[in-house]
Design a protein around this ligand. Structure first.
Ligand SMILES: [Zn+2]
Length: 421
């Protein structure tokens, strides 16, 4: 818990490279940066696997304002993958809905020519309720009813005046309309305006570029096991980030945690019995491209993965150890549970899917561990301009790295594993 290595790594990554949008030169430079680090740490094998991402994208200008009845600027940000407005923008009457359900109950054609606005708030623990149904599907649901653009209240919990990006997902054969998120205070302002005025108009300008198919990559680095080198303990995080901040909380912290944990194991006087494999996944933010490609590209080797864990929920601290396997893994798991207790980690009963990039592995039978992090402030920060290294508290990330090194080391040493079919 005294090691500051995870924070040092996250600081270097977010300072020397900065934001790391999927498929960009920044993401590639981050992979080169991490490759050099793993070489310096003396890892035995380091390689990348590249894959296409069919939704290359680059942010442009993004402005919005109420033009009628009380002109005022709005703080917005384009959703990842959004199409552009015409260069001069779209100016139209709005149709405001307090929930996505209210929008979806409207008949076809009823939003013709309007900008659809959904101001549904996100409560604590409700990210999944907003990110898929509203951020992912909202633009297409609005377009099906004739809307020309889509605005949503940010999928975040902060009342600071910055907006929260994240991937949207246009449905097939539905007109693609420009889509952006309003900061929470701006969404609340629209709610108040809608209570006072029957009609409102907004002007929206978004100029992102669609780049077609781009290339991303997963970086894989291994410490070869001394007794059972064919058996793999996998630690994951994602190297890409959104572009508004520097991707410190999401997921520079996770990169720092798994790189630090594996480096501390590398420094031990005797090597681990099993192979420790670190995977820094690419293109997570636009739809888990790296995690899905990993399963496809390593399918014949997946039965050698004895357990996987992923750090992608911020800086920690880690409060609960859950597992997602077909078997209780005793006595190995009870040893790990006992070792994590002094670090403040409780044994959990929830069945874990591990994390976004290792869920595809879990889905095909790879045992996963969920080292669940405290996330109450995570959704104030990630995907926003405030996702910077200054938000990281040393004691919190240090604990996360200590938990990962304890988990990974014991997982590499102990017997009694359930094996994936
Ligand atoms: Zn993430």
């Amino acid at each position: 818990m005294d090691s500051g290595l995870a924070l040092d790594i996250a600081t270097d990554l977010t300072t020397e490279i900065g934001p790391r949008l999927y498929g960009s030169d920044d993401e590639r430079q981050a992979v080169e940066w991490a490759t050099k680090r793993f070489q310096e740490y003396g890892f035995d094998k380091i390689w990348t696997e590249s894959f296409p991402v069919d939704r290359g994208w680059e942010r442009g200008d993004e402005t919005a304002a109420v033009t009628y009845p009380s002109p005022q600027k709005l703080v917005i940000t384009a959703l990842g993958g959004s199409v552009a407005t015409p260069p001069e923008g779209i100016e139209a009457e709005i149709a405001l809905f307090k929930t996505i359900g209210a929008l979806k109950s409207q008949p076809a054609g009823s939003l013709k020519g309007k900008i659809a606005v959904v101001t549904q708030p996100m409560g604590i623990g409700q990210y999944g309720k907003i990110s898929g149904p509203i951020r992912g599907n909202g633009p297409s649901e609005a377009a099906k009813r004739g809307a020309v653009a889509f605005l949503m209240r940010s999928a975040g919990t902060s009342k600071n005046r910055f907006a929260h990006t994240g991937a949207t997902r246009y449905q097939k054969d539905v007109t693609r309309i420009p889509a952006a998120a309003l900061s929470v205070p701006d969404a609340l302002q629209l709610d108040r305006l809608s209570e006072r005025f029957d009609r409102m108009r907004i002007k929206l300008v978004l100029t992102p570029k669609q780049l077609g198919t781009v290339t991303s990559q997963n970086l894989i680095a291994e410490i070869t096991g001394s007794e059972k080198p064919e058996e793999i303990v996998l630690l994951g995080a994602h190297i890409d980030s959104w572009d508004l901040g520097t991707g410190a909380i999401d997921d520079g912290a996770g990169v720092g945690v798994v790189m630090a944990a594996s480096k501390l194991i590398r420094e031990l006087p005797t090597p681990p019995k099993r192979t420790i494999r670190v995977v820094l996944f690419g293109a997570e933010e636009i739809g888990i491209y790296g995690g899905n490609f990993y399963v496809e590209n390593n399918r014949t080797d997946l039965d050698r993965h004895i357990i996987a864990a992923e750090a992608d929920a911020g800086q920690g601290p880690i409060h609960t150890f859950n597992v997602g396997v077909g078997d209780p893994l005793e006595p190995t798991l009870s040893v790990i549970r006992d070792a994590l207790k002094p670090l403040g980690v409780k044994p959990g009963r929830a069945k874990s899917r591990g994390g976004p990039d290792i869920a595809p592995m879990a889905n095909v039978g790879v045992p996963v561990a969920g080292l669940d992090m405290f996330t109450e402030d995570y959704f104030d920060l990630h995907h926003t301009a405030n996702d910077t290294i200054d938000q990281i508290v040393p004691e919190r990330i240090n604990q996360s790295a200590a938990v990962y090194v304890t988990f990974a080391y014991l997982a590499s040493e102990l017997g009694g594993y359930y094996r994936a079919k």
